[in-house]
Design a protein around this ligand. Structure first.
Ligand code: MN
Length: 210
C-alpha cells in the first residue's frame, strides 16, 4: 500500500484570484506530493502494509519518529486544508451556527479570532477551528502538528484549518499574510465541510489507499 496524493476537490483555477492556479498547482502538486512521497519512501517494505495515514501518524508520534510524523501529518493536513477552502462564500449549517454563536458570540467574531490568531502565529504552522466536546475553539499548531489524531491537549475534532506556512501565500501575496487571511476568511472558508465535520464524532478520513 502507498499513500495517495488526495486530489483537489475543485479545479486548480477555482480559487483564483484568491489563490492563482499556478500557486495552487505548486502547493498541491509539489509541496503536498513531496510529503506523500516521503511517507511512502519511509514506510516502503515496513510494518505499515495495511495502515491508514492516520495510523501512520499515531505510530510515528508514539515511536518518536519525528521525520515520519512530520511528513505524514503534513500529508494529512494538506488533504484537510484543500477541503477547508471553497471557491465561493458558504454559510455554516444550523447546528454549527448555533455552536459558533455560543462559543464566539457570532460568525463575524469567530472570523476575527481566526484572523487574530492567524496573524499572531510566529513561524510555520496552522490555525484550526476545532470541536472539543460540545464547545468550539480556535487553536494553533506549529510546524506539522495536527488534529488528524488526538490533537494537542487531548481529543478534538478538526472542523477547518488554514495553512500559515509561507509557501501557502508567498506566490500570490509575498510577505503580506494579512491579505491572504482576509480573503480566505471573508470568502473562501468551506462552511459546508465544517458542518459535516461538526456532525461527526471523529476526524475526517484522508483518502489514503491506492
Ligand atoms: Mn502548505
Amino acid at each position: 500500500m502507498t499513500i495517495s496524493l488526495a486530489p483537489l476537490p475543485y479545479a486548480d483555477t477555482a480559487l483564483a484570484p484568491f489563490i492563482s492556479a499556478s500557486a495552487l498547482q505548486t502547493h498541491h502538486d509539489r509541496h503536498h506530493q513531496t510529503y506523500v512521497d516521503n511517507v511512502n519512501a519511509a514506510t516502503k517494505g515496513g510494518t505499515f502494509a495495511l495502515a491508514s495515514l492516520a495510523a501512520i501518524i499515531s505510530a510515528a508520534a508514539a515511536g518518536d519518529d519525528q521525520s515520519l510524523f512530520n511528513n505524514a501529518a503534513q500529508a494529512w493536513n494538506h488533504g484537510f486544508f484543500w477541503h477547508s477552502l471553497s471557491p465561493g462564500p458558504e454559510q455554516p449549517g444550523a447546528a454549527l451556527s448555533a455552536a459558533i454563536d455560543r462559543a464566539f458570540g457570532s460568525l463575524p467574531a469567530l472570523k476575527d479570532e481566526l484572523l487574530h490568531q492567524g496573524m499572531a502565529h510566529f513561524g510555520s504552522g496552522w490555525v484550526w477551528l476545532v470541536k472539543r466536546g460540545a464547545a468550539l475553539a480556535v487553536e494553533q499548531t506549529h510546524d506539522a502538528a495536527t488534529f488528524a489524531v488526538a490533537g494537542p491537549g487531548g481529543e478534538a475534532v478538526p472542523l477547518l484549518v488554514i495553512d500559515l506556512w509561507e509557501h501557502a501565500y508567498y506566490p500570490d501575496y509575498r510577505n503580506v499574510r494579512k491579505s491572504y487571511l482576509n480573503q480566505l476568511i471573508a470568502g473562501h472558508l468551506a462552511w459546508t465541510f465544517a458542518s459535516e465535520n461538526f456532525a461527526r464524532d471523529g476526524a475526517w478520513t484522508y483518502p489514503d489507499l491506492i
